[in-house]
Design a protein around this ligand. Structure first.
Ligand SMILES: C[S@@+](CC[C@H](N)C(=O)[O-])C[C@H]1O[C@@H](n2cnc3c(N)ncnc32)[C@H](O)[C@@H]1O
Length: 190
């Protein structure tokens, strides 16, 4: 089926990278949909770490994971994704297959609690360091809310400057979204 959202498009691509036994990070768990996707694909032998700064988001994610009867392959942190390198046990460093970022605010919640360029960039740097070779960081960027366009520019500039011999960056966008485009970046570690 043709994707009608940027995230379903991203997931159709990530499915190729995320196999049973894989290790993944959901850098912004929010309502838990992306964590469920990662947990399901990683399966009982895999592992998923999730981060969000809002307690409600972590609770909502935990509830959704339990409702879906997924294997207990997940660990959630109510903490900023900028702390992922310190919080993820060292045995997983360099072994992460996928890190998903879904930036912006939590739909249906306080729209002033948003991801911020400075912490997002710190987290993306950490994510790239934690990846295995062939691993992918995906970043969904929304520029339509206050603060969104600054983050959009900062993340795209950072990714555009990554060493071509170490990483490949592919960008897609939903170009005809009224008001502003929604962008998706895929960064693969070579
Ligand atoms: C667009 S929502 C994520 C949607 C989610 N992936 C889902 O499947 O429902 C963005 C989330 O980022 C969270 N957030 C904001 N700053 C953060 C940070 N520094 N670290 C981790 N999460 C953060 C917000 O609380 C919000 O829940």
């Amino acid at each position: 089926m043709i994707s009608n959202t940027i995230l379903s498009f991203a997931k159709s691509i990530l499915c190729d990278v995320l196999n049973p036994g894989c290790i993944a990070i959901d850098a912004t768990t929010g309502n838990g949909y992306d964590t469920v996707f990662l947990s399901r694909l990683a399966g009982g032998e895999g592992k998923v770490f999730g981060f969000d700064i809002q307690e409600d988001a972590i609770e909502q994610t935990e509830e959704r994971l339990n409702e879906e009867c997924l294997p207990e392959n997940w660990t959630l942190f109510c903490s900023g994704h900028e702390n992922m390198q310190e919080l993820i046990p060292e045995e997983y460093h360099g072994r992460i297959n996928i890190v998903m970022f879904n930036l912006g605010f939590l739909p249906g919640s306080d729209k002033t609690v948003i991801t911020q360029a400075e912490t997002t960039l710190k987290a993306v740097r950490s994510a790239l360091a934690l990846l295995c070779r062939g691993g992918v960081v995906s970043i969904a960027i929304y520029a339509g809310h206050p603060g969104g366009s600054e983050e959009d520019v900062a993340v795209r500039e950072f990714c555009a400057e990554l060493d071509y011999h170490a990483f490949r960056v592919i960008q897609s966008e939903m170009t005809n979204k009224p008001g502003y485009p929604i962008r998706m970046l895929f960064v693969t570690k070579l």
